[in-house]
Design a protein around this ligand. Structure first.
Ligand SMILES: [Zn+2]
Ligand SMILES: [Zn+2]
Length: 389
């Protein structure tokens, strides 16, 4: 292995206690989307003590931060290490974002130490509210990534893989407005909003049968009336549409809209659809970055698994269309443990969880070093990024 990469390994190992302390603090103080005040404060303090200048609340997001080495001017190219630190309601860090924050800080601290006054291309961006809030979308729109060239983070999971597809997503509410009437005395005067909802639900099921494998539609009926002897004048549901590309996501959404409009027309009700912004984009993967991640994983002795094809969505998808981004997954549990669970949260501080945290910090720092030290590598990353999604 390259001398600098060996040094990265040693420096991360000697920072281990600090990184475990970050992860433990976040785990003990879980905060949900946009409420991560303690986390933001704690991470800022750690970075400050390690020689970073930290701005909190950047991009008009109160719990975000941007950290740069305090002893050198920001320079290009810049690597943005992304720190997620939001938890899930009720189950705390069941998505393991405490490890994401600790690994990204670890990579940035170690690179700064090694590069000294040449570390102007190192940045840490604290990106709140990955779970449902789209913090990275807001920070991107606010221009926080305008002076950066590549975004790096890892996510803990059940497999070791350099990258995976993530689905674009639209979250929306559908509503039907009918007319109430006595269900027995004057049914002829009513317009049944629940019937419209059920009809739309059935049509959506029919559409689902003919989607490509990467297409998803899932949802629930949240309101179907108030009393069985009143014709429901209002029905509502919450739905998600997802797909492997932005265009296919939008195409499925248009088909669902027709199901809703058609159902309303048939029943004589009115319909409304309201999108819960932001829309999430599919992940634009970068083959050149992923090849480097793979090589660094191998150098670290991490055995690489086959992708299991399980797909979710994340706000890094949107960012990955703005600049090249990477999102490898490193295992802290086996396939028997589900993500978003109490067991997964507990796994973040087991011996395996801790070992993965150190590997993640090494992997991020090594891949960032590949990027910062080679103009040719950066050119290849940029070429791959140019292709359309
Ligand atoms: Zn999650
Ligand atoms: Zn997550």
């Amino acid at each position: 292995m390259d001398q600098i990469k060996e040094q990265i390994g040693r420096e991360v190992a000697s920072l281990a206690r600090d990184l475990f302390a970050i992860s433990d603090f976040l785990k003990a103080n879980p905060e949900t989307a946009y409420q991560e005040f303690k986390a933001c404060e704690h991470l800022s303090q750690v970075l400050d003590a390690k020689g970073f200048r930290v701005q909190k609340g950047v991009g008009n997001v109160a719990t975000s931060f941007l950290a740069r080495p305090s002893d050198c001017q920001p320079s290009r190219p810049t690597v943005a290490f992304l720190a997620e630190y939001d938890a899930l309601p009720k189950i705390g860090h069941g998505c393991g974002h405490n490890l994401i924050a600790a690994a990204s800080l670890g990579a940035a601290i170690v690179l700064k130490l090694i590069l000294g006054n040449e570390a102007g291309g190192v940045a840490v961006v604290g990106t709140p509210a990955e779970e449902g809030g789209g913090g990275k979308v807001r920070l991107t729109e606010a221009g926080i990534f305008d002076e950066m060239d590549v975004a790096m983070m890892f996510h803990p999971g059940q497999l070791n893989i350099p990258g995976k597809d993530m689905l674009g997503r639209i979250k929306f509410k559908m509503e039907f407005i009918g007319r109430s009437a006595h269900a027995s005395g004057s049914p002829d005067r009513g317009i049944n909003a629940l019937d419209a909802m059920v009809s739309a639900y059935s049509s959506i099921n029919a559409v689902r049968q003919h989607l490509r494998p990467d297409g998803r539609i899932h949802g629930i009926i949240t309101h179907g009336g108030d009393a069985p002897n009143i014709i429901p004048d209002y029905a509502a549901g919450l739905f998600y549409v997802r797909a492997g590309s932005r265009s296919y996501r939008d195409e499925i959404f248009e088909r669902v809209k027709k199901c809703v409009q058609g159902a309303a027309l048939a029943i004589g009700a009115e319909s409304k659809i309201e999108i819960d912004l932001p829309k999430l984009d599919s992940m634009k993967r970068n083959a050149v970055l992923e090849a480097a991640i793979r090589a660094n994983m191998e150098a670290l002795g991490i055995s690489i698994d086959a992708d299991d094809g399980r797909r979710g969505s994340s706000d890094i998808g949107n960012l990955s269309h703005y600049l090249p981004a990477m999102h490898p997954v490193l295992a802290i549990v086996g396939s028997e443990v589900a993500g978003h669970s109490v067991e997964f949260c507990e796994a973040t501080t087991t011996d395996r969880g801790r070992e993965t945290l150190l590997n993640a910090a090494k992997l991020l720092a090594m891949t960032a070093y590949d990027y910062l030290s080679s103009a040719d590598f950066r050119k290849q990353v940029a070429e791959d990024f140019k292709r359309s999604d």
